[in-house]
Write a protein that binds this ligand. Structure first.
Ligand SMILES: Cc1cc2nc3c(=O)[nH]c(=O)nc-3n(C[C@H](O)[C@H](O)[C@H](O)COP(=O)(O)OP(=O)(O)OC[C@H]3O[C@@H](n4cnc5c(N)ncnc54)[C@H](O)[C@@H]3O)c2cc1C
Length: 386
């Protein structure tokens, strides 16, 4: 076995959350930070590929996310200014669903609580304004003009470049952590599949599908499930250009829950399903797009009913959600100096810029970030609601 490498702070998983935290710490000059990733981010083996992610502010998953989303948007704008890259496209986001849908009601409640601009429209009015949609009066639209699209992979590239240039943060790729250990003198050791050993005073674990098995090594059981998710790009006419068609979420009692994007940079109209999916064990190989008949059929049924200018299928892809039982994040410090950030349940990326800051500050100061209370494990033990 090779000699051990010591750092003040160790981040396991250099994906969305890990690189965001590393980038924040690179900017603060915090002494020695070591990041370990099993692959070479950005890559397509986790949850951060597929070109685009939505950012919404009037939050259908709960008002408590709104301050975090607002901070995240500030930080995305900051990253754009600092790098000179186009990372956020202000396409607006249209949340569509039955007026009675809890998600739509919560979008409106979040907007009211935080005084966020939101236009509420009947289905036929939505279709007049955005002819890419064909909707009847049962559907309501809640449009948020400030929301939009994040270029996820480009963002990870920016963070990676800044981390690579920094003097205090080291990213080691191809470093798959297989075991953790608490050290008698305090701190933690991480063992990699290739025999490398890293030690640190404080540890942040944001290793997607491996958060749960790595914590189990330390006797901490996390209720997280890995789910295979599919999405695809289609030909589309001019109605789906970013200036004519906002990003969207669509909640339907019969069809399910979907999200999608305008045709950005000629990539095609993109749509994915948010609910359902196939449960996989950590490490289990994921079947390619098309392995299940529903991969294509469930996307096509929404297109056939509601999206008249979307044409031929171009290509599809698979990705993974790491779901918690209530689909809220799981962020906690279950052992002193060991912070865990996982269970992002398919809606975490928009917050990564703000979470990177909070998690980075938590690592550096040793003090729990107050904005993250409520995401803790305690709620699964029945004593805190998110
Ligand atoms: C199809 C799809 C669509 C989505 N759409 C949206 C959206 O529109 N808006 C939104 O906000 N969110 C969205 N999300 C969710 C969002 O992308 C995720 O919540 C977020 O990327 C999770 O970040 P993460 O850091 O936990 O995971 P990742 O970015 O996957 O990072 C985890 C990292 O850990 C590394 N790793 C894993 N195991 C180990 C190990 N043992 N040792 C070392 N390294 C390891 C991996 O290589 C990876 O780089 C979507 C997700 C998917 C899959």
């Amino acid at each position: 076995m090779s000699a051990s490498i010591h750092a003040n702070h160790l981040i396991i998983g250099g994906g969305s959350m890990g690189l965001a935290a590393a980038d924040y710490l690179a900017g603060t000059g915090e002494p020695s930070v070591q990041v370990l990733d099993a692959h070479s981010p950005p890559h397509d083996q986790g949850a951060h590929h597929g070109e685009t992610r939505l950012i919404r502010l009037a939050y259908g998953e709960g008002g408590r996310y709104v301050p975090l989303a607002l901070r995240a948007l500030e930080r995305w704008n900051e990253l754009e200014r600092e790098t000179g890259e186009s990372l956020f496209l202000p396409t607006g986001v249209l949340n569509l669903g039955l007026a009675s849908a809890p998600f739509i009601q919560q979008v409106q409640a979040s907007a009211n609580q935080f005084d966020l601009p939101l236009e509420v429209l009947e289905g036929p009015t939505v279709s007049q304004r955005w002819p890419g949609w064909q909707l009847d009066e049962r559907i309501k639209g809640a449009f948020e003009a400030r929301a939009g699209v994040l270029r996820v992979e480009r963002i990870l590239e920016c963070w990676r470049q800044r981390v690579d240039r920094s003097e205090n943060v080291t990213l080691t790729t191809g470093a798959q952590v297989v075991r953790l250990e608490t050290l008698q003198a305090g701190g933690y050791a991480a063992f990699c599949a290739d025999g490398q050993r890293f030690t640190a005073d404080r540890l942040l674990i944001c290793a997607g599908q491996h958060v749960s098995p790595l914590l189990a090594e330390l006797g901490i059981e996390l209720p997280l499930t890995r789910v295979r998710k599919t999405f695809a790009w289609f030909e589309a006419d001019q109605r789906y250009a970013p200036k004519h068609f906002p990003g969207f979420s669509f909640t339907d009692n019969d069809l399910g829950i979907y999200y999608g994007f305008p045709d950005i940079d000629g990539a095609g109209f993109k749509i994915g399903r948010h609910d359902s999916g196939q449960i996989l064990a950590p490490g289990e190989p994921m079947a390619a797009f098309g392995a299940y008949p529903e991969d294509f059929a469930e996307l096509q049924q929404v297109i056939d009913r509601h999206l008249p200018g979307v044409g031929a299928f171009r290509h599809g892809a698979v990705c993974q959600y790491i779901r918690s039982p209530d689909e809220h994040f799981l962020i906690d410090e279950p052992l002193p100096g060991l912070i865990v950030a996982g269970g992002f349940s398919g809606h975490g990326f928009k917050f990564a810029s703000a979470l990177g800051e909070s998690l980075g500050q938590w690592l550096a100061s040793g003090r729990a970030a107050t904005e993250l209370t409520g995401f803790g494990l305690g709620r699964f033990r029945g004593n805190v609601s998110p």
